[in-house]
Design a protein around this ligand. Structure first.
Ligand code: FES
Length: 253
């Protein structure tokens, strides 16, 4: 039997192994709320006139007695309109429109990591940190962006242009490592969410600088030897047209 001090020491060692704060940080920094002068329930918030029409249209996609099912879509629209994050007043507005208890809306906004409950940059850069991207160098990718921008993860640059977060697998492992860029510079009308794949530390810095200049870097793979998600350097199998399936001679059956 171990004494309580030994049990606590072993638990701390296990925790350090699983959660090495020098390497990985969870993304909770963006998903909790503390009242502040510009983010409290008394700050008025409303959908724009154009978005009010979109809200009406979105709600028609759901049965009238299940309109709360539109909560994710409306939160997404509110976030795009508000420059990439959801103040508590925007969540309260969504709750009011969908006739939901505000806590139900807060729960959704907190659970899904694509919703940000504190300010992000006009370009929110998300580095995939899941195993295939990590094996292919995602730590170096994130390190290069953070160093270039002079921020820590989840911090916003002083000019408000960029922030860097982490996401789990974004379904693009075949072209790992990859980042996604949420572009809030043009409001909900011009919002884009683009993938940049096969990135290197040098290439992500180039992408950041292109965004800063207002350019649109080519999306998808950044490896000139790869076409979309095909093998880099060209096909290695299935090099000719596949043969048609043999026709069965039904008379001989
Ligand atoms: S692990 Fe990065 S996209 Fe799947």
């Amino acid at each position: 039997m171990f004494g309580i001090a030994e049990v606590a020491r072993r638990a701390a060692v296990r925790l350090r192994v699983r959660v090495n704060p020098g390497v990985r940080h969870f993304s909770t920094a963006l998903n909790y709320h503390l009242d502040s002068p510009d983010n409290n329930p008394n700050v008025p918030w409303e959908f724009t006139e154009a978005n009010k029409e979109r809200v009406k249209e979105i709600i028609t996609h759901y049965p009238s007695n299940y309109k709360q099912s539109a909560v994710i879509t409306l939160l997404d629209l509110a976030q795009q309109q508000h420059g990439g994050w959801l103040p508590v007043s925007a969540m309260n507005k969504v709750a009011e429109v969908l006739e939901m208890a505000p806590i139900r809306v807060f729960e959704v906004a907190t659970f899904y990591t694509m919703f940000n409950r504190t300010k992000v940059g006009k370009y929110h850069l998300l580095v995939c940190g899941t195993t295939p991207c990590m094996i292919r160098g995602s730590c170096d990718i994130e390190g290069a962006i953070l160093k270039h921008l002079g921020v820590k993860r989840n911090e916003v640059t002083k000019d408000g242009m960029f922030s860097v977060g982490e996401m789990e697998c974004m379904g693009c492992c075949v072209n790992a490592p990859m980042i996604a860029v949420a572009d809030y510079t043009k409001g909900s009308e011009g919002f884009t969410y683009n993938y940049y794949e096969d990135v290197t530390p040098k290439r992500v810095v180039e992408i950041v600088e292109m965004l800063r200049r207002g350019e649109t870097p080519p999306v998808g793979t950044q490896n000139p030897d790869r076409i979309m998600a095909g093998p880099a350097g060209g096909n290695t199998t299935l090099l000719s047209e596949p043969k048609p399936p043999p026709c069965r001679d039904l008379d001989s059956c």
